[in-house]
Ligand binder design. Sequence first.
Ligand SMILES: C[S@@+](CC[C@H](N)C(=O)[O-])C[C@H]1O[C@@H](n2cnc3c(N)ncnc32)[C@H](O)[C@@H]1O
Length: 399
Amino acid sequence: MAKANPVDEFAQRLSSSLQDGTFVRVVFSRPVAADGAPEKVLGRLVTLKAGPHLSLTHRHATHDVTKNLPVSEVASWAKEHVGVHFRSALLSTTKRDWQFFAPESGDARLTTHKPTSTAVPSRTHDQPRQTILDDSARDWLEGLGVVNDRGQVRPAMADKYAQINHYLDIFTHLAKDCGWTEGRNDGLTIADMGCGKGYLTFGLWHLFARFWKLPVRVLGVEVRPELVNSTNGLARRIRAEGLEFMAGTIESAALPKIDALIALHACDTATDDAIRRGIELGAKLIIVAPCCHKEVRPQLGRPTPLAPVLEHGLMAERMAEWSTDGLRALFLEWAGYQTKMIEFVSTEHTPKNLMIAAVRHAEPFSSKAARDQIDQFKGFFGIKHHSLDSLLTHGLGES
Ligand SMILES: C[S@@+](CC[C@H](N)C(=O)[O-])C[C@H]1O[C@@H](n2cnc3c(N)ncnc32)[C@H](O)[C@@H]1O
């Protein structure tokens, strides 16, 4: 008798376990492609209005994306992905576990083991993990007008609510990169520059103080005193220990040494001021989500072979944004940070959706290669001046 193909057999066992009620979980891991692919995909059976679905959580380094697949489509999805996009797949059922593995060279194989779990997990859709904005967030969400007095999200604030959630998700991943989520109890200091009404400042404080129950000092800096009065008033009313707002500017507010600096949607070169201050104040983590970009646009040259394309104003505009943010990442690398570019909010809501996250990992201003990259980049685009140029006088720049 011909031996079953391990991919087909895995797909068939997955599909039947979903139908006969023995399915526990499935995990696809060891992605074949490094770029853009999720690190893992975790599958659980959920009962939706439209019937049973396999809920697939695509776990990326900085965020999760969930897609629900009707059970009838699972076998063909598995055949397209197992061994093609993922080298490893583990199916747990109440009867047996099935492990698929495709080595880089040699034949793929399917092995079976005793079940790791004989209990069927809950099939309810909304239980995958504890939500950060739990009931203990209600007081400040209500105070900021995001939810009503029954704790329901106001329709007009649904995007803002989604943005806070997404931001806290991203921050959670970055905090893990910095080793801050477990066991650290000596207290972090975080500055949120240009914090406005404080949605994300309260969110960050909530994440540490109420959700993780870790000591934290969160300082919101805002140039408009009326906003500072109102956010400080709310912080006092809800007894938010460790959360303070101060009137001041990103460029010059008096701040202590900090562990993290955040500046979301700070206009034009205020983002650069925030980056510079984060570096000077010793922040291990710097997160900026730039807003408008004005400085580079008038300086942008027309290098070959981009010149004819850059004749189009819109393309030149986008290239100016692209190069401004690209340079910011290069300056951060020069200052000893490892940077990531993350899509912050969906492009449906705003085209200004880039977030630059930087974690310090090396001696600042010590890599000649990082320094040279800045000069080459500026030279290529004919950029004479960038707000972060003052950083070039550090380290190797002095010689
Ligand atoms: C677009 S809002 C963003 C608010 C908040 N960071 C967010 O993303 O929800 C920008 C805020 O930064 C403040 N701001 C602008 N320039 C500033 C500066 N140089 N120093 C401090 N605050 C500034 C503005 O008053 C405004 O409240």
